[in-house]
Design a protein around this ligand. Structure first.
Ligand code: ADP
Length: 406
């Protein structure tokens, strides 16, 4: 129905009724008709009065309110970051699914402090509600596990806010992994410096002794120079391992493409370790199939992997006097190389940490065996690049098995 006339129909009907009654009441028809037209005219003119000026956006907002809130909520729901939509009083208007997982489901309309207890976060929310400026702080949760979040609040700048008032988005970005990597990096630098500082300090001490008190003592010269050679060799081993690690990190995402036959490769590694094994009184036995076993890989890196594993088995499993290396390649099964020693084994609490840089079951034992604590970290890096895994099983008193599964 035409809106302009919609409101006048009852009035027009009433006027017509008055006109008809006037004729019956004896008013001449032409006068009644004239009066009728005059009054109808007035009514229509009245209807033509310009409508009161309303802000078009206001009028639209009145009707769009719930839709606007739905649209904002749907957008927030699509975010991976746990987020809450707050009103000017810090009441929760909406929470996305990601925040359900983090905070649990909150009843809508409750104050944000119903679930967030951190005074620092609540202060930040209050401050932004008061001054309208975005803000963020780092917030750590200890339970159920250590997690670190960057909590950020920002006003939502809407062109039309309807009667929703000013809205705010409160987000929780998980930066635990970032902080863990920072921590690892700084631990690594601290460990590497410490490992280098010890032989350096010892070298310096011996040089000073040779220049001073032992200046003219040939026996001390011989003894000290041999220790100095050991220390400088240890330093160069460490630097070599550090360089290896950083080179591997650079190409971590580039998978190798060459085909490598593991049968001759394992024989080569065993042969290169025979002098060390003989020195330690250990025999390395290979159990290889008669057919070639090819994997996709980088030959030099795979040599490094198996050298590390066989050398460790000889050094740390020395008392077992035997190291066995098995290469398994059955149809439709992953290729596996297992290095088995019959030494003292590794207590289970150490096993998951063996591939961490500088992690050693016994630092003194590792040093006395010319270890750097980086061997298995290098192995893990190489295997990750080869899309292969290292599986370690060990039983105290019986020995250890290090399996590479391609
Ligand atoms: P390292 O240079 O000290 O040998 P690795 O990263 O190669 O460093 O090994 C880390 C630690 O793991 C060693 O210090 C040792 O304590 C333990 N480990 C490695 N292989 C064996 C093994 N076959 N038997 C017992 N312990 C081992």
């Amino acid at each position: 129905m035409n809106k302009r006339f919609g409101g006048s129909w009852p009035l027009l009907f009433a006027l017509s009724l008055v006109g008809v009654l006037s004729v019956f009441a004896g008013v001449p028809a032409w006068q009644a008709a004239l009066g009728w037209f005059f009054l109808v005219g007035l009514t229509l003119v009245g209807d033509h009065r310009p409508e009161p000026e309303t802000n078009p956006s206001e009028a639209e907002d009145e009707t769009r309110d719930p839709r606007l809130l739905d649209e904002i909520s749907a957008t927030i729901d699509a975010l991976e970051t746990p987020s809450l939509l707050l009103d000017q009083e810090a009441n929760v208007l909406f929470q996305n699914r990601a925040s359900d997982r983090l905070l649990g489901a909150l009843p809508m309309g409750v104050h944000v402090s119903a679930r967030l207890r951190s005074p620092a976060v609540l202060d930040m929310v209050r401050e932004t509600l008061a001054n309208g400026r975005p803000n963020q702080i780092e917030h750590a949760e200890r339970l159920p596990s250590q997690q670190v979040y960057m909590v950020r609040i920002a006003p939502i700048e809407l062109k039309r806010s309807g009667n929703l008032g000013q809205l705010y988005l409160l987000c929780f970005r998980d930066i635990s992994e970032l902080r863990r990597l920072d921590q690892m990096r700084s631990d690594f630098v601290a460990n590497a410096s410490h490992e280098l500082r010890t032989p350096l300090a010892s070298l310096r001490g011996f040089i000073e002794t040779l220049q001073g008190p032992a200046k003219s003592d040939p026996k001390a010269h011989e003894r000290f120079l041999s220790i100095m050679l050991d220390q400088s060799t240890r330093m160069s081993r460490l630097v070599d391992d550090l360089l290896s690690l950083s080179r591997l990190e650079l190409k971590a995402n580039v998978a190798p493409e060459c085909k490598v036959d593991l049968v001759p490769l394992l024989s080569h590694v065993r042969d290169s370790l025979v002098p060390l094994a003989e020195e330690l009184g250990v025999e390395i036995n290979l159990h290889l199939p008669d057919v070639p076993v090819e994997v996709t890989g980088d030959r030099d890196e795979l040599v490094q992997v198996f050298e590390n594993l066989m050398e460790n088995a000889c050094k740390y499993g020395q008392e077992g006097e035997r190291v066995d290396v098995y290469l398994k390649a059955a149809e439709a099964r992953p290729v596996e190389v297992t290095v088995v020693d019959h030494g003292p084994g590794i207590p289970s609490e150490h096993v998951p940490r063996l591939t961490e840089r500088f992690y050693r079951v016994s630092v003194a034992d590792s040093r006395s065996k010319k270890g750097t604590g980086l061997g298995l970290a290098i192995v893990k890096h190489i295997l990750t690049r080869h899309r292969a895994r290292l599986i370690v099983t060990s039983e105290v008193g019986k020995g250890s098995q290090f399996t590479v599964r391609f």
